[in-house]
Design a protein around this ligand. Structure first.
Ligand code: ADP
Ligand code: MG
Length: 451
């Protein structure tokens, strides 16, 4: 039954889950050949609605049964274990509170049941910590758990009333419900009820905490606070946390490990910085980041004698980079760049637009040069987002963010944007990232400049 990998955390292997014929076009709702959630990480699973995030979480919790595959938590194969024996707790998207209990009673319910249980069974019962999630959303409230903070096998005496009260106070303070402990769920806003559900999971100190869009009901300011609090709480407790969200900003800001799902499949996993700076495919490139990465169709220019290789073109666009490791595939390529990586030429000497206002056909020094006409200007407080169209054919549209204090650009203005070579992303016709060797591009640039 046990399968102990060198590291702990959560390992999903060949995991497949279909919901009969109901799934998306007969495809499994989830199909994960291999996914590792590092021990003690704050892993965020992100993806658009319906991509299988909740399914993944419910499989880990044991609330759904996989069609195939294994789930290993901290070295123990839990695939066949009931939810209550997986030492985890979960906050559901559609949680349920006891309407007749106060906030404090809802939060403390599991602890009180556990204490009563411990008193009856004596200390021996505590040697095996039992942390449960119920068989469904409403049963989560009845889940009985040991408040496991620290060693899972420390045979603590049954928690006293004072200890439980202190834990409840801390949990309520954590989610900013202090002062509202004596209210009933009907006297709370939707966001406050969500926070009670969060406090109820946190108060139990499980070794794995599963959170299904736990912050979505909070208003923007509270969500910001709750994000930071969750991250701090995770750091202090050292549990393995898996949070599911469709909000890419939330994902980037909270995760120590990021997992991007698309249509039930793993699109990319890694540190937020890795995934953001080196998206593996066009889906990840377009999904993470706001405003979204610009993806523009370009053609590779045939290498001719006297011309540098690695030149890409589109109307009003010229770029140079050096594909390394992988041939630039024939066919349509997508050149990606983030709006914040674009720098406006200020129109000063040498950098203004030429007479025709187009990218000259001379050598591009390196990176990308792009000419456009401003279409929409959006003020964001610390900057502006300029949405532009190609200056040549008005076709492709792209966005660049500029500092608010810079020269003001209005709709109709012509702009030239440069993007450094190392900030460019290239994707093949299959949508996969084409590794770009910017060091080689720099070297070749040196030669052509000297020639
Ligand atoms: P997410 O949480 O990412 O929005 P889900 O995991 O809830 O996605 O759902 C993934 C897919 O499985 C969706 O196509 C959804 O319609 C389908 N699905 C989820 N739960 C069920 C269910 N109980 N019965 C049938 N289909 C389901
Ligand atoms: Mg969901």
């Amino acid at each position: 039954m046990t399968d102990r990998p060198a590291s702990g955390g959560i390992v999903l292997r060949d995991l497949v889950k279909s919901y009969g014929d109901h799934g998306a076009g007969g495809r499994p709702a989830l199909d994960l050949p291999e996914l590792t959630i590092p021990p003690r990480s704050f892993t965020v699973v992100v993806g658009p609605s319906g991509c299988g995030k909740s399914t993944a979480l419910r499989l880990i919790a044991g609330l759904e049964t996989a069609d195939a595959g294994r789930i290993v938590i901290d070295g123990v194969d839990v695939t066949d274990l009931p939810p209550g024996r997986r030492d985890l707790s979960m906050v559901f998207q559609d949680f349920a509170l006891y309407p007749h209990m106060t906030v404090a009673e809802n939060v403390s319910f599991g602890l009180r049941m556990q204490a009563r249980h411990d008193r009856r069974r004596g200390l021996a019962a505590r040697l095996t910590p039992r942390v449960g999630v119920g068989a469904g959303a409403s049963d989560a409230a009845t889940a009985v758990s040991a408040a496991r903070v620290g060693s899972p096998v420390s045979p603590a005496a049954p928690a006293s009333r004072a200890e439980i009260a202190e834990k409840v106070r801390q949990a309520c303070a954590l989610v900013r419900l202090d002062g509202k402990e004596q209210r009933r769920p009907t006297q709370l806003s939707g966001g406050e009820r969500q926070r009670v559900a969060l406090a109820r999971a946190l108060v139990r100190g499980p070794s794995v905490l599963l959170l299904d869009e736990p912050l979505s009901a909070l208003d923007a300011q509270l969500r910001q606070h709750a994000r930071a609090e969750l991250v701090r709480l995770h750091r202090e407790f050292g549990c393995t946390a898996v949070l599911v969200t469709h909000d890419q900003l939330e994902a980037l800001s909270m995760a120590t490990h990021l997992v991007v799902l698309d249509g039930g499949r793993l699109s990319q996993a890694g540190s937020p910085q890795e995934v953001y700076s080196r998206p593996a495919n066009t889906f990840v490139a377009g999904f993470l980041g706001s405003p979204a990465m610009n993806l523009q169709e370009v053609k590779a220019v045939e290498a001719v004698a006297g011309q540098p290789a690695g030149v890409l073109e589109a109307p009003g666009l010229r770029a140079r980079l050096s594909p390394g490791g992988r041939e630039v595939p024939a066919g349509a390529l997508l050149l990606g760049w983030r709006p914040a990586d674009g720098v406006l030429a200020d129109g000063g000497a040498g950098e203004g637009l030429g007479g025709d206002g187009l990218v000259s056909d001379g050598l591009v020094s390196d990176g990308l040069v792009l000419d456009g006409v401003v279409d929409i200007v959006e003020y964001t407080g610390d900057g502006r987002v300029l949405t532009c169209r190609s200056a040549v054919d008005g076709g492709s549209s792209w966005a660049v963010t500029v500092p608010a204090e810079g020269v003001f650009r209005a709709a109709g203005d012509r702009v030239r944007v440069r993007v450094a070579a190392e900030r460019l992303h290239l994707f093949g016709p299959d949508g996969l990232r084409v590794p770009v060797d910017t060091a080689a591009a720099d070297a070749r640039l040196g030669q052509t400049v000297r020639a």
